[in-house]
Design a protein around this ligand. Structure first.
Ligand code: GSH
Length: 211
């Protein structure tokens, strides 16, 4: 089993944090997204979408979505549970996790990709041999969506110390990766969101956050 990884990228980091929380180690292969190695034929043969992370099983099966990779490991190693134990916990985590992904991760990606000169022709993540010019309007859209992300984070944290309630979960992993990604484009948790700021300090101090 091996993981195609990229140390600087937020989606691969979600998988590394998840694995670190589970205590799972494996071979990793570093792919340089900034340098465009993910768009070269060698990696496109692994994932034709040119996206990371990718988990490859020993029988050659590959998964190229964070939530499929984490689902797989949750089922083969349930402890500690990060995707919920009961039907209710699982539904709450799935519900909130998707908001963190769409309103946090994807919005951060819209802002970053459409303003960073290194991605001037890479507005769409991955994709082989295509020129996808930056769309400046997406910077504004992503910036607005990130405000929605920060608001829902603050709301959820009224219920408990973690975003899905009492226990640390995948929702916290996606959210902390999204917060750090937004900081790349200098968009940060608003100073009045005190619950989110305390949560961020606490989650960032976990050993897995450095994975
Ligand atoms: N939906 C995918 C998203 C993966 C994704 O967007 N990965 C980014 C890195 S964070 C990537 O590979 N980007 C390639 C590029 O920018 O060319 C998942 O959740 O795994």
């Amino acid at each position: 089993m091996k993981l195609y990884d990229c140390q600087v990228a937020p989606n691969p980091r979600r998988v590394r944090m998840f694995l670190a929380e589970k205590g799972i180690t494996m071979e990793t292969i570093e792919v340089d997204i900034l340098g465009g190695e993910n768009l070269q034929p060698a990696f496109l043969a692994i994932n034709s979408r040119g996206l990371l992370p990718v988990l490859e099983l020993d029988d050659g099966t590959r998964f190229d979505e964070v939530m499929a990779i984490t689902r797989y490991f949750e089922d083969i190693q349930p402890e500690p549970p990060l995707l919920g134990r009961t039907a209710l916990e699982k539904a709450i985590i799935t519900n909130r996790q998707r908001k963190m992904e769409f309103d946090g991760m994807i919005a951060g990606s819209e802002v970053f990709r459409n303003q960073h000169e290194g991605f001037a022709e890479r507005s769409i993540p991955g994709a082989s041999g295509e020129i996808n010019p930056a769309i400046p309007a997406l910077i504004e859209r992503g910036t607005k969506t990130l405000q929605r992300f920060f608001a829902s984070l603050e709301d959820y944290l009224q219920e408990g110390p973690y975003i899905a309630g009492k226990a640390f979960s995948m929702v916290d992993i996606t959210a902390v990766c999204a917060v750090d990604f937004a900081a790349w484009v200098k968009i940060n948790i608003p100073p009045e969101n005190t619950r989110s700021l305390a949560w961020y300090e606490q989650v960032s101090s976990r050993a897995s956050a450095k994975a």
